[in-house]
Ligand binder design. Structure first.
Ligand code: TRP
Ligand code: SF4
Length: 521
């Protein structure tokens, strides 16, 4: 349970903007996405170039009625959010899921994720929130008593902020048998060297910690267990390694691969590019352009500098076979019955081979759908790769990172309202040395944790108000004393209201279908 390699490095999970770890590299500009380590992000742009996370701005116009966290760039990145946005727009089924490690009190960083789940639920999504108790126990060494206490607090805040437990699903990892079964199944698709390279696990890493990883993979795919549907996982960017692995594992469980092909033989991606090139240039070399022969294409390709070697050889071997585009279904792990059923289901002209079938009148999108349908009908999951959205980590009120191990740096959703007021009043700002200088130069709202409070939370849905604070600050009309006083009062009100709501939803939580007390000790 304890004694794990990552132990002691951080306090809380990074899922909700918690960038922890007393010995973390403050201001490090090197990006490393470590789910259990210090999750400072020096430069968000590197996440796009190095990790292939896409900018959220690019998809924003496709999101119906976007949440203010999206509009304000707090949600800055995504992986493959398009299918979710489309489903939302077209009224098709979609899901949202995130998880919380119950290692401390829920704070304003977690509120971002609560809000993201709740918003997707209000947009019509199937919403899931889970308590990552196995992970808290195995990766953080939390006792079951502590876990129960914290879990309850997370759940109360989630409900108080508007999660509907009757429509949505709440569970804890340890009590969800289906998740455990799915985790076992997915574990068969991953091996230790992969965990080593993704997470830096080594010979000292607890096996339970590894089990918590496959559990998280199962969490992420759980909303699709009944039927495949676009699913978004709102998290901090430190969780991206988990998302990527889940996307990979989802693909590895699929029965069929679907791709374009040009001849009966199999080709690598590079070879495929050459084949496409040769097909498109057929007028230039084929005796009969309606039926370019593989050997003719080989000869033509041989004079092209960029041609893939393998493509030429394969084309030569195929000789007189015509080069002809088609959609290929490759049997990856289908049962015999499923493969037979797929062959049966392909419309129009087709050619059947030992482990693949080529369809000449089915396009790629239709083929994807067909492959998924047949898979699901024959006992497979047909998983769609899960999508994700990433929010920025909040700056600590004392500057540096927001950390649950430094109480003054963050505001807990359980803080006394007056305490919240005081914390905001003592926060560092982006203000100038003197009031005169501030009037002259304007404040630095972009580097101000107090401005962040307005943008991330206090201004709520009111963009005008958020913009006004910003403009007044950088224009020198707003001075930090008054600005903090206003923010502090808003924070106090927010905490008062939130805590009243928490009391009101106690009953709802008792009725919800989630174990509040672990059977483990
Ligand atoms: N690993 C997450 C954290 O560090 C918690 C978690 C468990 C989770 N399962 C999940 C997050 C599924 C998103 C989706 O807090
Ligand atoms: Fe921050 Fe407000 Fe000061 Fe601007 S005026 S630097 S937003 S505290």
């Amino acid at each position: 349970m304890t004694g794990d390699t990552e132990g002691g490095r951080g306090g809380d999970g990074g899922v909700a903007g918690d960038a922890d770890g007393a010995d973390g590299a403050e201001g490090a500009d090197e990006v490393a996405l470590d789910p259990w380590g210090s999750s400072a992000v020096g430069d968000y742009r590197e996440l796009f170039s190095e990790f292939g996370i896409e900018e959220f701005e690019g998809i924003l116009p496709r999101v119906p009625d976007p949440h203010y966290l999206m509009r304000r760039g707090v949600i800055f990145g995504h992986r493959d959010y398009r299918p979710v946005a489309r489903a939302m727009d077209e009224g098709d089924p979609f899901a949202v899921l995130s998880g919380f490690m119950p290692t401390g009190d829920p704070h304003i960083g977690h509120k971002l994720v609560f809000d993201e789940i709740i918003w997707h639920q209000a947009q019509g999504g199937d919403a899931y929130a889970l308590i990552a108790d196995l992970e808290a126990n195995s990766a953080r060494g939390m006792s079951w008593d502590e876990i129960d206490e914290h879990a309850r607090n997370y759940l109360l805040s989630l409900l108080a902020l508007g999660f509907d437990p009757e429509e949505g699903t709440l569970y804890r990892q340890s009590e969800n048998r289906e998740v455990q079964d799915l985790a076992f199944e997915l574990g068969a698709e991953a091996n230790f060297s992969e965990f080593q390279s993704i997470y830096g696990f080594d010979g000292e890493t607890d096996v339970s910690h590894m089990q918590s990883v496959v559990t998280q993979m199962a969490d992420i795919l759980y909303p699709q267990l009944e039927e495949p549907k676009p699913t978004v996982i709102p998290v901090g960017p430190d969780q991206d390694p988990h998302v990527r692995l889940a996307r990979d594992l989802a693909a590895r469980t699929r029965y069929f691969g679907v791709r374009t092909a040009y001849a009966s033989f199999e080709a690598t991606d590079d070879e495929l590019a050459s084949l496409r090139e040769a097909y498109e240039a057929r007028e230039a070399y084929a005796e009969d352009a309606d039926q370019p022969r593989c050997e003719e294409a080989a000869e033509w390709l041989a004079s092209e500098e960029t041609a893939a070697e393998g493509a030429i050889e394969k084309l030569e071997n195929a000789g007189m076979e015509p080069l002809r585009p088609r959609t290929r279904f490759v049997d990856r792990r289908a049962t015999d019955d499923a493969f037979e059923a797929l062959i049966e289901a392909v419309d129009g002209e087709k050619r059947v081979f030992e482990a693949h079938v080529d369809a000449f009148e089915v396009n790629l999108a239709e083929a994807e759908e067909l492959a998924r349908e047949v898979e699901v009908a024959h006992g497979g999951h047909g998983f769609l790769p899960p999508s994700s959205i990433y929010h920025r980590f909040m700056t600590g009120l004392t500057g540096g990172k927001m950390s649950s191990s430094i109480p003054a740096s963050h505001i807990s959703l359980l803080d006394d309202p007056e305490e919240g007021y005081e914390k905001v009043k003592s926060a560092t700002t982006g203000g100038r040395e003197t009031a005169d200088l501030q009037r002259e130069l304007g404040g630095r709202a972009d580097e101000c944790p107090v401005y962040e409070l307005y943008a991330y939370l206090l201004a709520g849905d009111d963009d005008e108000f958020a913009t006004e604070v910003y403009e007044e600050c950088v224009g020198g009309e707003r001075l930090c004393g008054d600005c903090k006083e206003q923010a502090a009062r808003l924070m106090e009100e927010f905490l008062e209201e939130h805590q009243e709501k928490r009391d009101e939803v106690e009953g709802l939580l008792e009725e919800a279908e989630i174990e509040l007390e672990s059977s483990r000790r």
